[in-house]
Design a protein around this ligand. Structure first.
Ligand code: ZN
Ligand code: ZN
Ligand code: ZN
Ligand code: ZN
Length: 497
C-alpha cells in the first residue's frame, strides 16, 4: 500500500468549458442516458493523483440560513460592529469589504437598488444573499450564468416538497422586499435554489459557505467512491484526488455525503436531499461490500448472534422491505430496525470520555455487528481519543492503552480502506511507534526487527502526510507531522543502527 509521492507530477489546471464540453489531460466528459453528463478517466490514473483543481464559480452565505453573516467571508457574526463603507451590509473585518464576489457583484448593486441590510442579527434575508448574487451572474457574467444553467435543478420533483416553500420565501424577498421583480422571474429563483440544493458544496469549517463548482458537480456519486475532494477556502478551490487506481474509461466517482452511515440511512438521505435512489455496488449489497456496516444481530434467544440484514435492497420499491436473520430466518420490520439505529445513534452522539465510549461499545456488542456504523463511529473517535484526550496523551498512555489504540485503528482502517481510503494511517503509525518504543525498552525484540517495524511506520506516516497535504483542514497536521513525528521517527531508526 505504498502511495507514490505526487511530487514532480504535473499540476492539472482546468478552465476549459468549450461548448459545454469538458476536457483535461486526465479526464473527459461523457453522457449516459441514466445519469446525464459525467466525468471519466482518459487513461489509467494512479491513486493519490490530483485529478481536478477547480475554482469556485460563485459562493455566498449558506442558503436559507437566518444567522447574520459577513458579506465577504460568510462567517457568522455575534454582533454587527463593522459595515461595508459603500452598501452598509455587515462585515467581520475591513479586508472582507474587498472580497471578490461582494465587490464585483452585489456591493454596487445594493447601493444602486437601495437594498439595505436587516436590522436584526436573525433574518432570512441573509439566507437569500447567495441566491441574489448567483442571479446577478445573468447580468454581469452571462457566460458563467450559462455554465450554471447547465446544472440539474430537479424543479419538477422539488415542486411537491416542503423545501419549495423556502424557495418561495427567497422569491418574496428578492422580487418583492428588494423590489427586483423587473430583473428576475420566480422560475429563475427556483432554478438557482434547486441548483444549490442538488449541486451545491457546503464549504468552511462549519459548512456556512454555499458554493458551486460546475465540473466537480459532473462527478457521479458512489458510496464507495474512487476519488475524494478537499476544499481550500482561502483560494476558493476544490481539489479532487484519486483514492484508488482508476482504470481508463471508468467514471470518476465521489461520495457526496454520509459515506460513513449505513445504507438505509444513507439512501434515504440521498433520496431526500439529492433526488436520486443510489444503486451503487455498496447500496445494492446487504453486507455493504463485506463491511457489515448495516448488519445488526438477531435477538432470538435460540439463535446466537445471527446476522440480520435487509431481504431486498435493489430497487426503490424495496426501500421499506423487511429485514431477516440469515441464520434462523426471523423477520424484522424495517421500522423496528430504524428505531434501534436511531436510539443508539442518539446515545452515541452524547458520549464524551474514553470510558463512556468503551462502555457504550460493550452495550453495542449484543445488538450490532462489531463493524456496524454505530459502534464504528465510536471506534473511529476512540482512535483519536487514545493519544490525544486528557489522561490518554501519547506520554500518559499505558502499554495496554497503546495496544487498544492500535487494535482500534487496525479495525477502523480495514473498513475505511474499503469505504474511504486514507486518513487513519497517521493514528495507526503513532500507536505503532509508541508500542515499538515500549517493546524496545523491555529488551524483548532484536534491533533489526525493530528497525523493520519502524521503517514500516515511516512509510505509513509518509502516506498519511501526502493525504493530509491534499486536504485543507488537515494541512496543519501534515506540517506538525513532518516537523516533529517524522523527524523523531527518523532519529529513532538511526539510533537502532
Ligand atoms: Zn468576513
Ligand atoms: Zn458593500
Ligand atoms: Zn450507494
Ligand atoms: Zn436469528
Amino acid at each position: 500500500m505504498v502511495r507514490k509521492s505526487s511530487k514532480g507530477k504535473k499540476k492539472v489546471h482546468v478552465d476549459i468549458f468549450r461548448d459545454q464540453t469538458f476536457e483535461t489531460e486526465l479526464l473527459t466528459c461523457d453522457r449516459s442516458p441514466i445519469f446525464g453528463r459525467f466525468l471519466k478517466a482518459k487513461s489509467d490514473i494512479q491513486k493519490g493523483t490530483k485529478i481536478l483543481n477547480e475554482k469556485c464559480l460563485i459562493a455566498g452565505p449558506k442558503i436559507f440560513d437566518k444567522n447574520a453573516a459577513c458579506i465577504g467571508c460568510y462567517s457568522y457574526l455575534n454582533s454587527i460592529h463593522l459595515k461595508c463603507t459603500n452598501c452598509s451590509w455587515p462585515l467581520c473585518n475591513e479586508r472582507c469589504e474587498q472580497s471578490k464576489y461582494h465587490s464585483e457583484l452585489d456591493c454596487s448593486f445594493f447601493v444602486e437598488r437601495k437594498i439595505k441590510p436587516p436590522d436584526s442579527l436573525k433574518s432570512i434575508e441573509y439566507g437569500a444573499i447567495a441566491v441574489l448574487r448567483t442571479l446577478l451572474l445573468k447580468i454581469c457574467r452571462p457566460k458563467d450564468w450559462e455554465k450554471l444553467l447547465s446544472l440539474e435543478h430537479h424543479n419538477d420533483d422539488r415542486k411537491n416538497l416542503p423545501l419549495w416553500n423556502e424557495d418561495i420565501v427567497a422569491e418574496q424577498i428578492i422580487r418583492e422586499q428588494w423590489n427586483l421583480g423587473d430583473l428576475f422571474t420566480a422560475d429563475e429563483i427556483h432554478t438557482v435554489c434547486g441548483i444549490y440544493e442538488v449541486n451545491g458544496f457546503e464549504m468552511g469549517a462549519f459548512n456556512t459557505i454555499a458554493s458551486i463548482f460546475p465540473f466537480c458537480s459532473l462527478i457521479t456519486h458512489s458510496c464507495i467512491p474512487n476519488s475524494g475532494h478537499f476544499e481550500n477556502v482561502s483560494d476558493e478551490t476544490l481539489e479532487v484526488v484519486s483514492l484508488v487506481n482508476i482504470d481508463k474509461n471508468a467514471p470518476i466517482t465521489m461520495c457526496y455525503d454520509w459515506c460513513l452511515k449505513g445504507t438505509d440511512v444513507r439512501r434515504r438521505y440521498l433520496l431526500k436531499s439529492k433526488y436520486f435512489y443510489c444503486s451503487c455496488a455498496r447500496c445494492n449489497d446487504p453486507f455493504e461490500c463485506n463491511t457489515n456496516f448495516s448488519t445488526i444481530l438477531c435477538n432470538n434467544p435460540d439463535c446466537k448472534n445471527g446476522s440480520v440484514v435487509s431481504t431486498k435492497c435493489v430497487g426503490l420499491a424495496n426501500i421499506d422491505a423487511d429485514w431477516k436473520c440469515r441464520k434462523c430466518s426471523k423477520i424484522f420490520k424495517v421500522t423496528n430496525v430504524r428505531a434501534i439505529v436511531e436510539k443508539y445513534e442518539k446515545i452515541g452522539e452524547t458520549l464524551g470520555t474514553v470510558k463512556d465510549k468503551e462502555n457504550f461499545l460493550l452495550k453495542c456488542k449484543s445488538i450490532f455487528h462489531p463493524s456496524h456504523f454505530i459502534p464504528f463511529a465510536i471506534k473511529f473517535s476512540l482512535c483519536m481519543a487514545y493519544g490525544h484526550d486528557a489522561g490518554y496523551t501519547l506520554h500518559e498512555m499505558s502499554q495496554s492503552d497503546a495496544h487498544r489504540k492500535m487494535e482500534l485503528c487496525q479495525e477502523v482502517l480495514k473498513i475505511l480502506d474499503i469505504l474511504s481510503p486514507g486518513n487513519i494511517l497517521y493514528e495507526l503509525q503513532a500507536a505503532e511507534v509508541l508500542l515499538s518504543r515500549n517493546i524496545l525498552e523491555s529488551g524483548r525484540c532484536p534491533k533489526t526487527l525493530m528497525r523493520k517495524r519502524l521503517q514500516n511506520s515511516l512509510e505509513k506516516l509518509d502516506e498519511a502526510i501526502i493525504i493530509f497535504e491534499l486536504s485543507y483542514p488537515m494541512r496543519m497536521l501534515a506540517e506538525s507531522a513532518k516537523m516533529s513525528t517524522r523527524l523523531e521517527l527518523i532519529h529513532f531508526i538511526k539510533a537502532l543502527k
